[in-house]
Design a binder for this molecule. Structure first.
Ligand SMILES: [Zn+2]
Length: 342
């Protein structure tokens, strides 16, 4: 089943398809205590409800019961032990084992690999209260409007600016947000920001890659500096910043691409190339990581980039917030096209 190899991470494949076991105490869902549903990481079937999870002290997520009809059992005599293997009924993926020494009235202890599961929080919306949200390029425009909406929801916002220090400081004060200078094209600057954020916040719940530059003229009239600046800020910087931040990101990545990332336009040739690239980056990375990643694609937005012609930045910010909260879902290409929600 080479299909599974492309669909699953290496570790998921090892567990679900090769009956592997993750090292105890390492699983990402070991301490998951929120209300919701644990699904099969292979096929998405619902397997265990959060109210059947208990602390077993074994180092693996433990449940006292599976959903009706969700799992099947098989005798497992590997390693000279007689154990009962638990498999996903739908895709036959290996999940873990079940034992008869549970502490609750079912007497069962389903000992399940985190890696074989995905957790879906109850309800459709994410609560942004106290979430740590880093928004690149957020002193003005879409970034600033998004920062305001996030702060209104009780999030702890991290604002980054390149040149607009005064604007960033004003906004930071208004939102009680942290502000940092970031030159996303510069490795030292990127690494410094991530180190500072880690020191202060320990993690980033949501990264919104918004920083971007544009040169609006015929390709032949663009200087090498203008072209390089667009490539390095909009694409290289975004990818490298995400790469450096990835171990700290816990919940979601939102990349701001655009209509120019779906249709190419004259006078925006390098810009379109970077925005197509952002969408490709999103689609590829979505297949590798377990946290949601989306491209939010505004049409022309009234920002400094467009001489303030087009849709108000706050309308775009509203779509970004709805996407984060889950009330707007990306399509199969991980796109949220803002004009669909105007
Ligand atoms: Zn399954």
């Amino acid at each position: 089943m080479s299909d599974w190899k492309t669909k699953l991470t290496k570790e998921q494949y090892h567990i679900l398809r090769e009956k592997g076991t993750e090292a105890h105490g390492t699983g990402k869902l070991l301490n998951e205590k929120r209300k919701g549903m644990f699904q099969c990481a292979g096929c998405g079937a619902q397997l265990f409800a959060s109210d059947t999870k208990f602390e077993s002290g074994t180092g693996w997520p433990s449940f006292d019961k599976a959903l009706l009809g969700a799992v099947e059992f098989e005798e497992d005599t590997a390693y000279g032990m007689k154990r009962i293997e638990v498999k996903c009924k739908q895709c036959k993926g290996h999940l873990g084992h079940v034992f008869d020494d549970g502490p609750t009235k079912t007497k069962k202890r389903f000992c399940i690999n985190s890696c074989a599961l995905e957790f879906k929080k109850k309800g459709i919306t994410m609560d942004l209260k106290d979430k740590i949200i880093l928004i690149t390029g957020s002193s003005i425009g879409i970034g600033a409007e998004t920062a305001k909406l996030c702060a209104n929801e009780g999030a702890q916002v991290i604002i980054t600016y390149f040149k607009d220090k005064t604007k960033a400081e004003e906004l930071g004060k208004e939102l009680n947000a942290s502000i940092f200078q970031l030159d996303i094209t510069n490795k030292k600057s990127r690494d410094h920001l991530i180190a500072e954020v880690k020191k202060k916040f320990k993690k980033i719940d949501i990264l919104i890659n918004n920083a971007g530059v544009i040169a609006w003229k015929n390709f032949k009239d663009q200087t090498e500096e203008e072209i390089t600046s667009q490539l390095r800020t909009n694409l290289e910087g975004l990818i490298l910043f995400t790469h450096a931040a990835l171990p700290s990101i816990k919940e979601m990545i939102v990349n701001i691409s655009g209509g120019a990332g779906k249709t190419a336009y004259d006078e925006l040739v390098p810009y379109c190339a970077t925005k197509f690239g952002v969408r490709a980056f999103t689609q590829g990375l979505a297949q590798e990581i377990n946290i949601p990643i989306v491209s939010v694609n505004p049409a022309m937005t009234a920002t400094r980039m467009t001489n303030f012609q087009g849709v108000a930045a706050v309308r775009v910010a509203e779509v970004i917030i709805k996407t984060i909260k889950g009330s707007i879902k990306p399509d199969a290409q991980r796109d949220v096209d803002v004009w669909e929600y105007m």
